[in-house]
Ligand binder design. Structure first.
Ligand code: ATP
Length: 333
């Protein structure tokens, strides 16, 4: 088992204006019918990798007193911050982020894995804690199996999460925002994002993380599954890197091999995005009331001119504005 930072011992449930105290799932009310039970409120931001979930979560948290809970299964681990695309500290604007970089990936050969069951338990504690501080829990991340495990009233850890989707009731009163992007635009963006990540030090980060003596089991676990690790490991084994190697200083033979890894990373990232969208659609078909926000134009603007004024206007008008309106109505209900 990986080492997990224990939840705060001061988990209390108090009446809160936005998210009133409710009997937790472990203590269902014996008297009230299920639909009448008062459930804690939470906002859930879903979407494929690269669609803008982190940006939206921070923007919403500046409008509504909130704290953010990460639901990306690779970002829960400490390490590989560039490779797993963790939101940098300076972009968090001082808003508390939970379950991000909080799990020690441990000995990679020991089979350490933070599971949906772990996420369900820890996530629930964090939600109760946030509510006790009279703040709104904002759950944001691309791992739909984690989101499902956290939210479903009944969760069977032995069943294949996406094989057993039903219209299960949710243990919180949820407002779902789905940040969607026209797939060809997202695909272009994700390929470009990999180049940007390499420019920001992803290669150097993976060189530091590489251990030539490590033998991975046939099925990788935990952070060793993060896109970028297996792809680069393969070529590091052929051309062992030196700790001082940098992406720009590679010799041509190494470079050709490493470029192959980059192509694979781009393919695998786009494939991940496609699978994530497929899972979101399944949740919607299972009855989750997802409010779709179209971030296509904002992403197009970010790609052509960076996150400047034009992007900010489009983001405000097409994503943040409508999203904030939905959250405002949800909190008034
Ligand atoms: P499943 O449990 O069926 O794999 P999921 O929805 O729980 O799906 P995803 O978040 O889609 O989980 O992650 C699936 C895989 O995608 C991960 O095991 C990892 O290989 C890769 N992945 C996901 N998020 C990241 C990330 N932030 N950085 C790098 N790789 C990631």
């Amino acid at each position: 088992k990986p080492l997990i930072v224990p939840p705060s011992p001061t988990i209390r449930q108090q009446a809160a204006p936005m998210a009133a105290a409710a009997p937790g799932p472990s203590s269902p009310s014996p008297t009230l019918p299920r639909h009448n039970r008062h459930r804690d409120k939470a906002v859930v931001i879903m979407g494929a990798t690269g669609s803008g979930k982190s940006q939206l979560s921070v923007d919403l948290a500046t409008l509504f007193p909130s704290e953010i809970i990460n639901s990306d299964k690779m970002q829960v681990y400490s390490g590989l911050d560039i490779t797993t695309n963790k939101i940098p500290h300076h972009d968090r604007l001082g808003i508390p982020h939970h379950l991000i970089g909080c799990v020690d990936p441990g000995e990679p050969t020991a089979g350490a894995e933070f599971t949906p069951v772990d996420f369900r338990a820890l996530g629930h504690s964090v939600i109760r804690d946030i509510i006790s501080r009279q703040k709104l829990p904002l759950i944001a991340g691309g791992s739909n199996s984690f989101v499902y495990a956290l939210l479903a009233e009944r969760f069977d850890p032995d069943a294949d999460v996406f094989g057993c989707l039903g219209t299960d009731e949710l243990r919180y009163n949820c407002c779902f925002l789905w940040v969607d992007v026209f797939f060809p635009v997202l695909d272009d963006y994700l390929r470009k994002r990999v180049d940007d990540m390499l420019d920001s030090g992803m290669f150097e980060e993976l060189v530091r993380h590489y251990d030539p003596d490590r033998v991975d089991p046939p099925v990788r676990t935990g952070l060793r599954k993060a896109i970028g690790v297996p792809e680069f490991d393969r070529c590091f084994r052929r051309y062992p890197p030196k700790r001082s190697d940098t992406w720009t200083g590679l010799d041509p033979t190494q470079r050709a091999c490493y470029e192959e890894a980059v192509t694979e990373i781009k393919e695998n990232t786009c494939h991940l995005a496609k699978r994530q969208i497929g899972k979101i659609l399944r949740l919607r078909d299972a009855g989750w009331d997802l409010q779709r926000l179209d971030a296509t134009e904002a992403l197009r603007a970010a790609m052509t001119a960076g996150k400047g004024r034009k992007w900010a206007e489009i983001w405000q008008c097409q994503v943040l504005g409508p999203g904030a309106e939905i959250v405002k109505r949800f909190l008034q209900e």
